[in-house]
Design a protein around this ligand. Structure first.
Ligand SMILES: C[S@@+](CC[C@H](N)C(=O)[O-])C[C@H]1O[C@@H](n2cnc3c(N)ncnc32)[C@H](O)[C@@H]1O
Length: 294
């Protein structure tokens, strides 16, 4: 990788950044050229007020290129443009090879659901106190365990013995809830999603966790289940109310997430013809709502 570093006055930064992108820079970043010097100026305003200025007096614009020739060509082309007046090429440097994979991985730590139930990326050792572990790496599908809605569903699952139970994960994303249910003993698990990439991701994550489940599109959900988990959003949850309620077996549980605290009453009303929903958990402005049939 090669870095082309330019100096630009405030009114040229946007044009320069757009030109660098048009010249196929892999990324463009802008830093305060006067940071940590006596010329550094604060850009923030009084609390509640807009900042006095939109940009720094002088910026360092750093563009990343895959080839040195591309970085040199971009510098040469920019220098002959009218808008380059007042700008300067500071350097073209080789960027030391980094272990980008390791750098990205270091940003994802194990997630504690309960003191003994953890989600652990494959590059981490499980914490000593973990008794149940879901092995999951960040991927394309939603559900790494960091979102409050997922965490509340898993807290509900982690607090239960699901041995021998039939479980439906409706809107499975990464499959994290279905896998969590399997870790708690469920043995007939169906995980469905409208997104085929999520179905694929669920299959892969289930295999990595040595969990047997059936993953597929929503028409794969058939019959009734002792536990129906759906972490979607309030609007689709309201539309899905009759369908999801019909999946709940006698004595079974419905567990809904993706609902903001202020949406509790509308969800209660939408499900009232079939089941009585109550708030079972709250986290960061989100609620978990559950109901039991019979
Ligand atoms: C917020 S994610 C939840 C993923 C995972 N279950 C979790 O708890 O982290 C919602 C998922 O529901 C899926 N979804 C949205 N609408 C749906 C619908 N009508 N039927 C089935 N799945 C749906 C989305 O594709 C997405 O993967």
């Amino acid at each position: 990788m090669f870095e082309l570093t330019l100096l630009a006055p405030e009114d040229r930064v946007e044009t320069l950044s757009e030109a660098l992108e048009a010249l196929d820079a892999l990324s463009v970043s802008v830093e305060d050229a006067d940071a940590l010097t006596e010329a550094e100026q604060a850009l923030f305003g009084e609390p509640g007020m807009p900042p006095p200025k939109a940009g720094w007096q002088r910026s360092r614009v750093v563009a990343l290129f895959g080839e040195e020739a591309a970085a040199r060509e971009a510098a040469a082309l920019l220098q002959v443009q009218d808008f380059f007046d007042g700008c300067e090429v500071l350097a073209i440097t080789t960027l030391a090879d980094q272990d980008w994979v390791r750098l990205t991985q270091s940003q994802f730590d194990p997630v504690e659901i309960t003191p003994t139930f953890w989600i652990v990326p494959s590059w981490h050792e499980p914490p000593a106190q973990a008794r149940q572990v879901i092995r999951l790496d960040p991927g394309l599908a939603f559900g790494t365990g960091t979102h409050p809605t997922t965490r509340m569903c898993l807290r509900w699952v982690a607090a239960r013995d699901l041995v021998g139970q039939r479980v439906l994960d409706y809107g499975c994303g990464s499959g994290i809830l279905a896998i969590g249910a399997a870790k708690q003993g469920a043995n007939d698990i169906v995980a469905v999603d409208i997104d085929p990439a999520a179905v694929e991701s669920t299959r892969l994550n289930a295999a990595n966790n040595h969990v047997a489940l059936h993953a597929g599109l929503p028409d794969q959900a058939q019959g009734v289940y002792q536990v129906v988990l759906a972490n979607i959003l309030a609007t689709p949850l309201k539309v899905l109310a009759p369908l999801l309620c019909a999946f709940v077996a006698d004595g079974g549980h419905l567990v809904l997430a993706g609902i903001l605290s202020r949406q509790v009453d509308e969800l209660k009303a939408a499900y009232a013809p079939w089941l009585v929903l109550d708030v079972a958990d709250e986290l960061d402005g989100w609620v978990l709502m559950t109901a039991r049939r019979g």
